[in-house]
Design a protein around this ligand. Structure first.
Ligand code: NAD
Length: 269
């Protein structure tokens, strides 16, 4: 499949889970992929795997909450690739804790990594995206990773749901602003349900320790959670990567400001 042929795509949080899967599929689809993460080891391992399979990829260390690092990574991309076609703001962290136990520092950390990152990514990637978007009919594409819980509330995750709701709304505002400015850059958000990644494994451990579902048996909790998704299974990183590849491609050229829900029916109930 060469759906992303000749596109340059920057994916944050690409060392693990959903981001790694997005990077693999983008490379298989013909893109030049820049994998960015704070996890050098994981990021380099996924990059080397993509290259070994014949793809074009490189790793850039990037802490998405650092404005200086964003500026420097985008500068390198402009120097090397003369622009960027797609930005996937995927890096994120979670926190499963009751409101009463959540500290202000934890709240601010969630905001820095999950929300500041999306603002900084969109702001500082714009020069690179504009280099390409103004000369291509299909234009550029920004894909912001929200969540099903950016659409509906859940208990025990106030800060996380706040960040994901913010990402949904920021995507819509940016979509309209960039359209009005004539930038030819689309912005959409993606809303996964529970996806089998290291992040989800960590969530299961916290739920087991706190007996949030009345049990410390992870298998039992997984059963309850998969049953909460009408399709009766976890999402897999590949399920989300396919949606991201669609939004990255010219097949979605009339989509901006939209929310793509990929959740096995979780929020439809
Ligand atoms: P993951 O923990 O497997 O991967 C997250 C990646 O982000 C890691 O490689 C980590 O090193 C990186 N990261 C964390 N902080 C960073 C920082 N400051 N700068 C750069 N990179 C950083 O998690 P995942 O499940 O693949 O999640 C990816 C995205 O999908 C997140 O935004 C998450 O909120 C969202 N999401 C996940 C699920 C799920 O169930 N797994 C559901 C909905 C949304």
């Amino acid at each position: 499949m060469d759906r992303l042929n000749s596109k340059t795509i920057l994916i944050t949080g690409a060392a693990s889970g959903i981001g790694a899967s997005c990077a693999r599929l983008a490379a298989e689809s013909g893109a030049s992929v820049i994998l960015a993460d704070i996890d050098d080891r994981g990021g380099i391992a996924v990059t080397e795997e993509i290259i070994a399979n014949g793809g074009i990829a490189e790793f850039q260390r990037l802490d998405v909450s650092s404005e200086e690092e964003w500026k420097s990574v985008v500068e390198k991309i402009i120097g090397q690739y003369k622009g960027l076609d797609v930005l996937v703001n995927n890096a994120g962290i979670t926190l499963i804790k009751p409101i009463e136990a959540t500290t202000l520092e934890e709240w601010h950390k969630l905001s820095r990594v999950n929300v500041d990152s999306v603002f900084l990514g969109m702001k500082h990637s714009l020069p690179a995206l504009k280099e390409r978007s103004l000369s291509h009919v299909a234009g550029g594409s920004i894909i912001n990773m929200s969540s099903a819980v950016g659409l509906v509330g859940i208990p025990g995750a106030l800060g996380y749901t706040m960040t994901k709701a913010a990402v949904r709304h920021m995507s819509k505002s940016a979509a309209i602003e960039f359209a009005e400015m004539g930038y030819n850059i689309r912005v959409n958000s993606v809303h996964p349900g529970l996806v089998k990644t290291p992040m989800a494994d960590g969530i299961y451990e916290v739920w087991a320790q706190s007996k949030a579902f009345g049990t410390d048996d992870i298998a039992q909790i997984e059963k309850i959670m998969t049953e909460a998704h009408p399709l009766g299974r976890h999402g897999m990183p590949e399920d989300i990567a396919k949606a991201v590849a669609f939004l990255a491609s010219d097949d979605s050229s009339y989509m901006t400001g939209s929310e793509l829900v990929v959740d096995g029916g979780f929020v439809a109930k």
